[in-house]
Design a protein. Structure first.
Length: 279
């Protein structure tokens, strides 16, 4: 574990005994409580309550503009980087509200990594793409071993082990996305957020990422935003369905085990969306 990750982990652990709600199940690793997001005067997301289980894959589905990605970015305070964004409510990670004034958002992002829709490797070597984040986070161990371990966990090592000093931009789109996952793994997060990670990939590369997600869920909690309902059904343990009201404000309609959501949803709107009647 990196020095920075260990420091924030100890801080959050110290706070847990004070901040954890007795109503939160023991296996919940992160939880949104009455989350509201505004962009300027626009109320983008309202009243989201969502508890995510540790080492499970949770998928967020719903029509465009329903707030899926907005909620995802709240989980590691990425919306802090949007000047007009205002977040109300709480998000508890390891028992600590990550929006409390004393919490450093940079430390939060070290523990809750993110993989974006479009692969975004640095214009550096494959090796440096993995090593860079670990270096700035204070990693003092064997960097060669960390790079190899991270690439193996991302199912990329066999394809790149003989060209680690080559520019990462020369990789295929699917390889670049797996490299970004390896880069995230290298700083040893507990949660990996994925914002439509397969939307720019071909079907074969998509299946490789899906297989990888299921392997990684043995060690990490994964939250994925996807427009692909078949993907959500294939890879996730839990599914959250979002939609918008007449004012274009996104809200959570239903959240349950994926099997239940796709076979017998509790809300008619969920069934209508899954069966293609709207959205």
């Amino acid at each position: 574990m990196t020095v920075a990750a260990q420091a924030v982990g100890e801080y959050l652990a110290d706070k847990a005994s004070v901040a954890t709600s007795s109503s939160t199940p023991h296996n919940v690793v992160i939880e949104a409580r009455d989350l509201n997001v505004h962009y300027g005067s626009f109320h983008a997301v309202r009243g989201v309550n969502l508890a995510v289980e540790r080492r499970k894959i949770t998928a967020m589905i719903g029509p465009s503009g329903c707030g899926k990605s907005t909620v995802l970015r709240c989980f590691n305070r990425m919306n802090d980087l949007v000047q007009i964004a205002r977040i109300d409510g709480q998000i508890y990670f390891q028992g600590q509200n990550i929006y409390a004034p004393e919490v450093d958002p940079v430390e939060v992002r070290r523990r809750i990594g993110m993989v974006f829709q479009k692969p975004n490797p640095f214009p550096k070597s494959i090796y440096e793409n993995i090593a860079w984040g670990a270096k700035i986070n204070g990693f003092k161990g064997n960097m060669d071993e960390l790079v190899e371990h991270s690439l193996k966990r991302a199912a990329l090592w066999d394809e790149v082990k003989d060209k680690l000093q080559q520019n990462a931009l020369g990789l295929s789109g699917g390889q670049q996305q797996r490299l970004c996952i390896a880069r995230t793994i290298a700083v040893q997060p507990e949660i990996i957020l994925m914002d439509e990670p397969c939307s720019a990939l071909d079907p074969i590369a998509t299946l490789r990422i899906e297989d990888l997600m299921q392997e990684l869920s043995e060690e990490y909690t994964i939250i994925i935003v996807t427009h692909n309902m078949q993907q959500a059904a294939r890879v996730s343990d839990y599914t959250a369905f979002f939609m918008v009201d007449e004012g274009r404000t996104g809200h959570l309609v239903e959240y349950n085990e994926t099997k239940q959501m796709f076979t017998k949803p509790a809300d008619q709107r969920t069934e209508d969306y899954i069966t293609g009647r709207f959205g």
